[in-house]
Structures are given as structure tokens and as C-alpha cells.
Write a protein that binds this ligand. Structure first.
Ligand SMILES: *Cc1c(COP(=O)(O)O)cnc(C)c1O
Length: 396
């Protein structure tokens, strides 16, 4: 165990799959000179919509801006409440606050790390304007139970699918991709830590043409005439700015890369599923280690593989020992309500069902293990051996 990390190859937490095909792809916009909101963005949107099975897809600068536009389109305004989870990357809750609205946090389920549908009812109020649910770490949340409650209360469902490109859910007896309209709007991220990447980037999918029209307007300063329309017009066109808008554009360089990544996605997901299965069978031998599990109606893309260390185990010490072994890990998903940006808020984020203890405990004992396309079986064996050794050493 005491081989210095420096002499071993480091096993990173994640590693994007990028290569010559992406380099070739960015030559297209660079050689035509059309660098943003051009043909590559349009093609990426068409291809992504076809891939997930959505009538509309609108590309934006990242998933955080996608969430902001989705909430706005759903009618979320100052003083409204949006039900969501605290146990998520902080951007989920932040997007609600960008609208001047209040996140109402409900707890997650200990097995899926996703929103617990049985806790939604008690969080609803006359001010509830939307449900913002997360497919955490690529694991689909229980959309059927969520959508059923939301429809009954007349509240739209927005899916934070930042991590879930390529994940699937069993819907009326058929496996369907996340992003096909199950809720009202789904938001994706193409940050390098996600399964497919454009460096930074995001996508909104919906069945609602009016939402899609608004996304397109708002992402481009609410400019009444698109760049493409002005460029091709034989007559002078003067645009106007119809309402408050934003600059949430994706560039054509990003979109050109995204088109290649989308082609790679099925194989990347297949590879991640094989690696995850290998982890699941190898790690089952470690006593007290809690493993992630797919409900029978969900197929994860395994964007992240998060275990929970045994009771009495010092997670920080485990992470340090593994790092000394040349293996990067990360803590489990954070909880927004414990961060200063939320703790110190004068309005105190409300919650109505008696606590967020499950999310807090997963944040405390969750441990994300390395998982990436180029990972070999030998790499995985090193991770398993190091984890087992570290847990043995750091558990009371
Ligand atoms: C990564 C992530 C985001 C933010 O995505 P960006 O593209 O970086 O803005 C939002 N929500 C969740 C759950 C995420 O994992």
C-alpha cells in the first residue's frame, strides 16, 4: 500500500471522451466563420431532439441557464414557491432564486438519492408554482409518481436532467430516454463532468411549442429577429427587444462538438453500464458498504457511481488514503441548505415535512468512485482493493 502516488498512474474521478472527431468537427464553423447561433446549433438541436424523442430542443450556454429559462417559462415569478430537493448541486436551488422565488426543500429517498414522492404532498401550498425534480447522478427519479401528483395539483414539472443524457425510464411499458416529454421541460448539462460534453453547454427539451419559442427569444436578448433571418433577408430588417432577455447562447463550436458527442453517447453509456455492473458485483463483498441500486423502472447512465461508507467509517480518512494510493474520489452530493448561501438567507428556506435528514446523511457518508470510459478492469480492481483497505483501516 505504501507505494508513493507519484510512481503510479493516477486514477482520476472522471475523464471526458474527446478526440480527433471533435477536432475535425470544430473545423466546420471555424472555416465558414459562422461561430454562434448558426447551422451547427440548429443541427445539434434537431439531432438531440430526435435522440431523446422530444418535439423541441433548444440549446443554451449551460444547464443552470436552462433551468432559469425553464422556470420562467413555467411562470415562476417573485414570491412563488418551487418544490425541489436540497440534496443536489447548488445550481438546482439557485435557479429558483434567480426568479425571485423560494425553494421549498423536500427530502430524498435513501436508495435512489432522488426526491421522495411521498413527501411532496405536504410541501405543496397555494403558492407552489412548479416542481423541479432532479435525476441525480444520472439515476432517473420516480417521474410517474411525481407527474401524477403534479397533474392533480395543476403544477408543471421541470426535470433537472443535468446528469441524465442517455438515462432511460420505463414509461407505459416502454423504455424511453430522459428528455422525451414526461414532465413539461427537461434541462441537460454538457459540462465535462457529465457523460457527454461540449466544454460547457445545456439543452432544454419540451413538447410545448410556446415554451420553445420563449426559450429561443430569451436566450438571445429577446431579440425579435434571429441572426439567421437578418443574414438571409434581402430587405433591411430592424429588430426590437420585446421583453427582458438574456445572453444564454451556445456557440457553433460547442454545438459541432456536441454533435460528435451525441453520436458517441450510446457507446459511452453502454461502457459506463458495464463498469457499474463490475463495481456492483465486486463491491458487494465489502461489509456495510451501501451500493447504488436501479429501481426496476430505471436505467441509469451512471454519470457518477456513489456508494455510502459503512456506519462508523471516517469518509474523509478513506478519501485521503485512496488519494495516497493514487485514486481520486469525491464526496457525495451536497445539500444546498447547509451552505452559507442558503443558511444565511434572511427568509430561511421553508420545508414542511420535518427535515432533510436523509439527504444530510447521504451527503455525509456518500463517496463517488472513479468511473470513465477509458477505465480498465485493472484500474477498477485497484479502486476496489484500495477502498476495502481504507474502510478497514478507518472504521471504528
Ligand atoms: C451539473 C449540474 C447542474 C449545472 O450544470 P451546468 O451545465 O454546469 O450549469 C445542475 N444540476 C445538477 C443536478 C447538476 O449535476
Amino acid at each position: 500500500m505504501s507505494v508513493p502516488a507519484i510512481e503510479r498512474t493516477m486514477i482520476p474521478i472522471a475523464k471526458p471522451v474527446v478526440g480527433d472527431a471533435e477536432l475535425e468537427a470544430v473545423r466546420r464553423p471555424l472555416s465558414t466563420g459562422w461561430l454562434t447561433q448558426g447551422p451547427e446549433v440548429a443541427a445539434f438541436e434537431r439531432e438531440f431532439a430526435a435522440f431523446v424523442g422530444a418535439p423541441h430542443a433548444c440549446a443554451v450556454s449551460n444547464c443552470t441557464t436552462a433551468l432559469h429559462l425553464a422556470l420562467r417559462a413555467a411562470g415562476v415569478r417573485a414570491g412563488d414557491e418551487v418544490i425541489t430537493v436540497s440534496h443536489s448541486f447548488i445550481a438546482t436551488a439557485n435557479a429558483i432564486r434567480y426568479c425571485g422565488a423560494v425553494p421549498v426543500f423536500v427530502d430524498v429517498h435513501p436508495d435512489t438519492y432522488n426526491i421522495d414522492p411521498s413527501r411532496i404532498a405536504s410541501a405543496l401550498s397555494p403558492r407552489t408554482r412548479a416542481l423541479l425534480v432532479v435525476h441525480q447522478l444520472g439515476m432517473p427519479c420516480d417521474l410517474a409518481a411525481i407527474v401524477e401528483q403534479a397533474r392533480r395539483h395543476g403544477v408543471p414539472v421541470i426535470e433537472d436532467a443535468a446528469c441524465a443524457a442517455g438515462s432511460e425510464i420505463l414509461w407505459n411499458g416502454r423504455w424511453e430516454r430522459i428528455g422525451r416529454p414526461h414532465g413539461d421541460i427537461a434541462c441537460f448539462s454538457f459540462h465535462p463532468r457529465k457523460v457527454m460534453t461540449t466544454g460547457d453547454g445545456g439543452m432544454l427539451t419540451t413538447a410545448n411549442p410556446e415554451f420553445d419559442r420563449q426559450f429561443r427569444l430569451w436566450r438571445q436578448h429577446s431579440m425579435s429577429v434571429s441572426d439567421a433571418a437578418r443574414h438571409t433577408s434581402q430587405k433591411v430588417v430592424v429588430e426590437e427587444y420585446t421583453e427582458l432577455g438574456f445572453n444564454y447562447r451556445m456557440t457553433d463550436l460547442q454545438a459541432a462538438i456536441g454533435r460528435v458527442q451525441l453520436e458517441r453517447l450510446p457507446a459511452m453509456v453502454e461502457r459506463r453500464r458495464a463498469l457499474a455492473q463490475n463495481y456492483l458485483s465486486r463491491l458487494a463483498a465489502i461489509p456495510g458498504l451501501h451500493l447504488p441500486a436501479e429501481p426496476e423502472w430505471a436505467r441509469s447512465n451512471w454519470q457518477s457511481f456513489c456508494v455510502r461508507v459503512p456506519a462508523g467509517c471516517d469518509r474523509g480518512a478513506v478519501m485521503q488514503t485512496m488519494l495516497d494510493d493514487g485514486i481520486s474520489t469525491r464526496r457525495g452530493v451536497m445539500c444546498a441548505h447547509t451552505e452559507p448561501a442558503y443558511r444565511l438567507e434572511a427568509w430561511r428556506t421553508p420545508r414542511r415535512d420535518g427535515g432533510l435528514g436523509v439527504g444530510e446523511s447521504i451527503s455525509a457518508d456518500g463517496l463517488i468512485l472513479p468511473l470513465y470510459d477509458a477505465m480498465s478492469e485493472a484500474d477498477q480492481s485497484r479502486v476496489v482493493a484500495s477502498l476495502e483497505d481504507a474502510i478497514g483501516r478507518h472504521t471504528e
